[in-house]
Design a binder for this molecule. Structure first.
Ligand SMILES: [Zn+2]
Length: 468
């Protein structure tokens, strides 16, 4: 398993940056061409090598004005992007098959066609894939992929590391000063942003110190929180700093947007009065995106650290982590709109999902996904729907107030091995099952007007249920 590392350029001169940006721009045209030609059904089943051979035969590569290795790597990269969008379209297709096809043999047949990318052979599958796999377009014009044998690093007398990568002219390398003393290795992805080059590369996760830490022995349920990253079924909270990080960031963004709006209106007024110079000055000096993007990147790095640390804490305790599949309940990008809080929350959820998967794989614990419908609404003791008030859940039947997230984590834990509620049980069916269990439980409790003797008797028979 691999993890991504990023190194940054340090005081790169403008000329070099512009040369790299020009190369990235031209490679963006290569990407655009790949998406245009193979971004839909036409490209399925084709390998990047076949595409390369075709381009060489037809002379397509001459149009772009880049070196051979650069466009070939870019074709490979763009084909991988296309394959990734195709694979992600298969997720809702698989779900649709599970929901609509009851015959197990037929399910199996469709799944294997899908897996082998032979879905075009089947009209039903083909229709599903077409509806979930929208034709994509290339939006990447600021990246250069450099193969492992095409770059090298060297330290100068001052100990600074310089990374040499191919430019637009054969045998003329562009030397980039780095902000780190660790040399990037393997295939590099150079991303050009705001005058700075980010060098993304992958290292083997097994070589990381955290991967050697053994996992625990417990089976734990976890609930994703808002003020903390995760709460486990033992009642422990992990990553308490998350809520503060997110609210501080959303306050900062709101304040910054307010200031930018004001500046924008000043610039507009100036432009209307004919003071173009002033308008331009504001646009260049005060409404730039470089600082804004760097601040966003820094905040994201902090949140990631908080989340990964929290997940490591959980895995310190657990050999089996039972959790909601956080990638499933994603609301679409459209619905999130401009609401900062919701966007941050959705992004955080994605990182948490990633961290759970990544850390479990690296440290050898098992991650079990369960259906978490209604786990935050029912009392774990009696199974009745409770009343949620902030971070508390009040069960009127038990008369107990639970900490809502701990209660949810316990319910999540119990969904593991639940005979009736599987990962794919529809929401409505889960509600019916939960309701039926609660009714069954309630009917075995004493009636309010029953005699003391009778009450004691029925209470004892009810005990095993509440102890489940
Ligand atoms: Zn209860």
């Amino acid at each position: 398993m691999k993890v991504t590392r990023i190194a940054y350029s340090h005081r790169l001169n403008v000329g070099k940056y512009q040369a790299l940006a020009e190369q990235a721009q031209r490679l963006g045209a290569v990407r655009g061409e790949v998406w245009q030609r193979y971004g839909s059904i036409a490209g399925s089943g084709l390998t990047d090598r076949q595409v390369r051979d075709r381009w060489l035969a037809e002379g397509i590569h001459h149009r772009f004005g880049v070196l051979a290795n650069a466009w070939k790597e870019t074709v490979r990269d763009a084909m991988a992007d296309i394959a990734a969008t195709r694979e992600s379209a298969k997720v809702p297709v698989r779900r649709a098959i599970l929901r609509h096809i009851s015959d197990q043999k037929e399910q199996k047949r469709l799944f294997s066609l899908l897996k082998a990318d032979r879905w075009a052979d089947d009209p039903y599958l083909s229709r599903l894939m077409r509806s979930h796999w929208r034709r994509g377009h290339n939006r990447t014009h600021n990246q250069i992929v450099v193969r492992a044998d095409q770059h090298h690093t060297q330290a100068d007398e001052g100990g600074r590391l310089w990374l040499a990568v191919p430019g637009l002219v054969r045998r003329q390398m562009v030397r980039i000063p780095l902000n780190t003393t660790v040399a990037p290795t393997g295939t590099l992805r150079l991303i050009l942003r705001g005058g700075r080059v980010e060098i993304h590369y992958q290292i083997d996760a097994a070589s990381m110190k955290t991967s050697q830490r053994p996992c625990g022995t417990a089976t734990l349920g976890v609930d994703k929180g808002y003020t903390e990253v995760l709460t486990d079924s033992d009642g422990n909270h992990h990553g308490d700093g998350l809520g503060h990080l997110l609210s501080a960031e959303s306050d900062r963004i709101r304040e910054r947007n307010r200031r930018r709006a004001k500046l924008r209106s000043i610039a507009n007024t100036a432009a209307r009065r004919g003071d173009q110079a002033k308008a331009e000055r504001i646009a260049v000096n005060n409404l730039g995106t470089i600082k804004r993007d760097r601040q966003a990147a820094r905040h994201q790095a902090r949140v990631r650290t908080e989340i990964f640390t929290a997940v490591h804490r959980v895995v310190d305790k657990a050999a089996v982590v039972v959790a909601e599949d956080l990638t499933r309940t994603f609301t679409g990008r459209k619905q999130l709109g401009r609401n900062t809080n919701r966007r941050l929350a959705a992004w955080t959820k994605g990182v948490t999902a990633q961290a759970l998967k990544n850390v479990s794989e690296r440290r050898g614990s098992a991650l079990v996904h369960v259906n978490a419908a209604y786990t935050s609404q029912v009392c774990h003791r009696c199974g009745c729907f409770g009343r949620r008030a902030g971070d508390r859940l009040h069960c009127t039947l038990c008369g107990v107030v639970w900490q809502a997230d701990v209660n949810a984590a316990i319910n999540v834990l119990r969904r593991h091995g639940d005979p009736d509620i599987t990962l794919h049980t529809p929401h409505r069916a889960v509600r019916q099952i939960v309701q039926a269990r609660a009714d069954r439980h309630r009917s075995r409790l004493p009636l309010p007007d029953s005699s003391p003797a009778r009450r004691a008797e029925s209470e004892s028979s009810a005990l095993p249920i509440s102890e489940q």
